[in-house]
Design a protein around this ligand. Sequence first.
Ligand code: PLP
Length: 442
Amino acid sequence: MTANSLVESDRTHLIHPVTAFRTHEKRGATVLTEGKGMYLSDIEGNRLLDAFAGLWCVNVGYGQESIVEAAAEQMRRLPYATGYFHYANEPAIRLAERLAELSPPGLDRVYFTLGGSDAVDSAIRFIVHYFNATGRPAKKQMIALDKGYHGSSTTGAGLTGLPAFHRQFDVPHAWQHHIPAPYAYRSPVGSDPQAIIDHSVAQLRAKVEELGAGNVAAFFAEPVQGSGGVIVPPKGWLKAMRALCDELDILLVVDEVITGFGRTGPMFGCEHEGVSPDLMTVAKGLTSGYAPMGAVLMNDKVYAGIADGPDNHLPIGHGFTYSGHPVSAAVGLEVMRLYTEGGILGNGQVRGVRLGEGLAALADHPLVGDVRHTGMLAALELVADKRTKARFDGALDISNRLATAGYRNGIIFRAFADGTIGLAPAISCDADDMEVLLARLR
Ligand code: PLP
């Protein structure tokens, strides 16, 4: 197929996620063809520095041959094995054990999914099951944050706190609720860290009182809100939310789909605060995007509640054909090795400091309203007027213009609809590539 006929066929047949169908038919796609290290090539022959690790997932960079080998070897040996009933496969068992070792204390039970949305969906299903099985069937209301993203499943899209994912989809459901995000730059209580923490605590407390603590099951949060524009809560925020969930007897679910696997420095985002959630969802960096996979980790309280419920002799009716897929699990195991013994986690910690310095130097740019950064995750919120924090006129189509400007300068980042630039480079990024990234961004 020629480049033109591919682009034409894409317009005609391929439906793109989170994209307006008719706009896409007119605009067409940038067809990516190859990746090596930090760089992507497209069908036009352009070489682009990927400052967004695909979709915040390719943490180890493109072209890691040892992952290719692990996948090929597993495909030859056993390309598929069900996890249903009492079957298992070695990579899935070993990866579950490895995740239990690497994750915050207590999260020892692992349920594999295909990605983040079904990890969140599975967490919701397990929570419902848990409260039914432990004799508290009224506890069904779930609370999340405005600007949170918890995937696009029929249930998870309602916990997502971004209007674009609700529009025309009839979510949130009646049992899904939201409280304001800890968004310092535009917070009604100002940017003082303690004031922001106190505000979130007061908002969650008020929402639980309104619904009745006996009716509330869980609070969902990302350690850093990714798709909401990389909103980094103040230090102490997650710890305060953990304490409040304990006090109110509701489960804490931490969604680490973006923040997991070194994205913010440590292996998991909640390690910054020494927090262990009741359930944790992961995906993306679990396989570094080389194969689809996600997981829900749960502590023994939740596991035992389900395991020892009144129907405990009956199958727990929740399962996917590809849960614990051996090829994805073999990929995940090799990716874990690269993070730890391969030194990539440590590399990301060093490079993240330079990313923070480089972005801080952009703070005086006339368009940069706010710089948000933690580890290898960052955002520049661009504004039309720094004094009033006014956003760009919607008619400017700022997101498309930013993406196009990036493309012309040889860099791919996330261009959010409100004019925010999101950055999540591979944590394997070397010192030279980081300088190229910062120069092209400026
Ligand atoms: N949760 C969070 C925090 C995410 O960022 C995402 C995806 O970006 C998801 C869940 C959904 O994951 P997936 O796209 O793999 O279904």
